[in-house]
Ligand binder design. Structure first.
Ligand code: ZN
Length: 119
């Protein structure tokens, strides 16, 4: 119901049908937006986890290249692993191939194999 101040008819606000239409429109918008929001939240968690794994890999690779010692890499990992966490609570771990010096990072929650594809 549309009311103007100078109108002579009595203005009592919205009708029940108008309110129901507004509530229905809001319900449809919420129903559409919640799945989209959840999808974006999962993508953000995955991107954060991958960024943390890349940072930790760079840190561990620098230690290994400077010292060429797997024990130093393990010590560094124990020191800094709490700074690079998975937002979904996954456990980030590493695997060092001493023959090639390649460090592979993995997360227990993200991706089927848990491996981070090298870039
Ligand atoms: Zn993760």
């Amino acid at each position: 119901m549309f009311c103007l101040k100078n109108r002579k008819t009595e203005c009592r606000g919205f009708t029940l049908a108008e309110l129901l239409i507004v509530v229905a429109i809001i319900a449809v918008l919420v129903a559409v937006s919640i799945p989209i929001f959840n999808t974006q939240l999962k993508k953000a968690s995955l991107a954060t986890c991958e960024a943390n794994r890349r940072s930790l890999k760079a840190d561990l690779s620098a230690i290994y290249l400077n010292n060429l010692n797997a024990d130093d890499v393990k010590t560094e990992y124990d020191l800094v692993k709490d700074n690079y966490t998975c937002p979904d609570g996954g456990i980030i771990s590493y695997k060092l191939d001493e023959a090639t010096g390649v460090i592979t990072m993995s997360c227990s929650k993200h991706s089927d194999t848990g491996e981070l594809i090298d870039i």
